[in-house]
Structures are given as structure tokens and as C-alpha cells.
Design a protein around this ligand. Structure first.
Ligand code: AKG
Length: 290
């Protein structure tokens, strides 16, 4: 469980790093399944419902940016999503009733895995309240060299930044935006088995991976059950909505909080993943590292 000091630190800084949260058995299984999936990607010519592929992907040189919805792809990831080692901690921060927002497994492949531009997850999926957070499960060690997540402490208490470019929602903040303060960003590093938790409004991004090792990071978005999505296409019907509960009880009584919101419309011309949405501004923030 989290200590009072850890909870206070999360409230103050908008993120937390918990070493050794996940045992070696789960980490080894998650890693082994990922190796299988990357091997199988040699037979996949283009991005599809499971794989988000780099432009350079070929059968001889698989370059997988992301496994989409990993909880649907294999039980090892579904089990991790509901694992008490994670959900007990999340419940301490946003309450006992938790619904999954999404899952993804970002690989950031060795020797050039792409950067992720500065953004707030909140800009992609605003809700009636912001008791929503993202857990990052480090399947391998995350270091500065292999493109660890970078977060701006305290940014979850600030505005929702403009993520548009050229009239479209590009899912990326201009690094020169007044008040953004990328100079204060800190890396979220740790050994495999570490988890990070960041608030849905915390500004974050990551540089490219110039190391010799992939940087797989399993990302799980959890919402308080009474945080209802504001985007109409995020709600199809009550059964499928409630089927995303990972713990506790659903509710049809959304809780409203006075939080800043910008709607992510019109959508980016490139869809499929954040890497595609950000194509419009690719390289804007971390050009020196490319
Ligand atoms: O994989 C990363 O480094 C960051 C990913 C991220 O922030 C996202 O996919 O929203």
C-alpha cells in the first residue's frame, strides 16, 4: 500500500514511482509474451487492430511501436490490469470503484524508437471529473538513454494546454507554450517491475530510444467509476461501458468537477495511435535527439 507521504507527493507533483511493485514472475511472463508478439509481427505488413508499426517495419527488421489493447491480446496483460498490486494503489489515489479507460504497450524499439511529444492525457479524453490516472508498468528497465517517460511536476494543477496544430487536434503541446516549463521536467526511471502513476492532467512526453535495448512500457488508464467521458463517441452503451470496470461498482451518477476542458476536435488527419496523431508535429520537441 502507499504511505501517506507517497499519497501527498502524488497530490503535489502529479506523479509517483513505486519500485518493485510487480513481482518477477509477472514481469517475465509479460516480457516473454511481448517477444512472441514482436516475432509474429514479421508476418504483419501494416498497422492493424493489434500492431502499431513504424514506417521502417519489415519482415527482416520488425519495428513495433505499440501493441494496442494488450489486455485483449493476452491474459498475462489482462491479469496485470486487474492485479491488486496495481489496483490497490490506484484505489488509494482515485477511489475504490475503477473503470479501465484504455490499455497500450509502447515498445519504443532500440536504435531509434520514436519520441512522444509533450501532452496531457486529459486532452485526449476529457471526463466529468479528473480522478483518472495512468499506470506505467516497466517490463524492462527504463532509463534516460532508452527514452523513459518525462513528466513536468505540478502540471496537473495547471491549465489544459492547447494540443491543436493547423486547426486539428494533434495531441501535442507546443514546447514553447507560455507556462509549460519543460525545463523542469524529470525522468521517470526504474528497474523492471517498477510502476509509475501519473495524473491525467500531468504534462509528459519522452525522447527517442538511442540505446541498444527496447523500452517496453505497459500503460493502463484507470478512471474513477463516476468520471464519465465527455466525448460522445467514448460511450456506446451501458453494458460495454460497465464491462470495463476492473474493481468495485459502476454508477450512472457522474460526479461533476470544475476542471478545465478543451475538446479534441476536429480529429487529427492521422489516426490509430498517439504516434499517428502527432505526425503533424513530429520531432518538434525532441529534434536535437533525432
Ligand atoms: O511511451 C511513452 O514514452 C509515452 C506514451 C504516452 O504518453 C502515451 O502513449 O500517451
Amino acid at each position: 500500500m502507499l504511505t501517506k507521504a507517497q499519497i501527498e507527493s502524488y497530490r503535489e507533483n502529479g506523479y509517483l514511482v513505486v519500485p518493485d511493485a510487480i513481482g518477477p514472475d509477472r514481469v517475465t511472463k509479460a516480457r516473454a509474451k511481448l517477444a512472441e508478439l514482436i516475432e509474429a509481427s514479421r508476418r504483419v505488413p501494416a498497422s492493424d487492430a493489434v500492431y502499431d508499426l513504424e514506417d521502417a517495419h519489415t519482415p527482416a527488421n520488425p519495428r513495433v511501436r505499440r501493441i494496442k489493447d494488450p489486455h485483449k491480446v493476452d491474459k498475462v496483460y489482462a491479469d496485470l490490469l486487474a492485479a491488486p498490486e496495481i489496483t490497490d494503489l490506484v484505489a488509494q489515489l482515485i477511489g475504490p470503484d475503477l473503470r479501465m479507460e484504455h490499455t497500450k504497450l509502447n515498445i519504443k524499439p532500440a536504435r531509434g524508437g520514436e519520441p512522444v511529444e509533450w501532452h496531457q492525457d486529459w486532452a485526449f479524453y476529457p471526463h466529468t471529473n479528473d480522478d483518472i490516472l495512468e499506470v506505467g508498468v516497466m517490463i524492462e528497465d527504463c532509463t534516460l538513454e532508452n527514452g523513459a517517460l518525462l513528466v513536468i511536476p505540478g502540471s496537473h494543477r495547471g491549465p489544459v494546454f492547447d494540443h491543436h496544430y493547423d486547426g486539428y487536434f494533434a495531441g501535442a503541446i507546443d514546447p514553447a507554450a507560455p507556462g509549460l516549463g519543460i525545463g523542469t521536467a524529470v525522468p521517470v526511471t526504474g528497474k523492471a517491475g517498477t510502476i509509475s502513476l501519473h495524473h491525467v492532467r500531468t504534462v509528459h512526453g519522452s525522447k527517442d530510444n538511442l540505446s541498444e535495448r527496447d523500452r517496453p512500457l505497459l500503460l493502463f488508464g484507470y478512471c474513477a467509476a463516476d468520471a464519465w467521458p465527455l466525448k460522445s463517441d467514448a460511450f456506446k452503451d451501458l453494458d460495454s461501458f460497465n464491462a470495463r470496470m476492473v474493481r468495485g461498482k459502476p454508477t450512472i451518477e457522474p460526479r461533476l468537477r470544475d476542471v478545465p476542458v478543451r475538446m479534441p476536435f476536429p480529429p487529427a488527419p492521422h489516426q490509430g495511435s498517439i504516434f499517428e496523431n502527432q505526425r503533424l508535429v513530429k520531432g518538434r520537441s525532441f529534434a536535437e535527439a533525432m
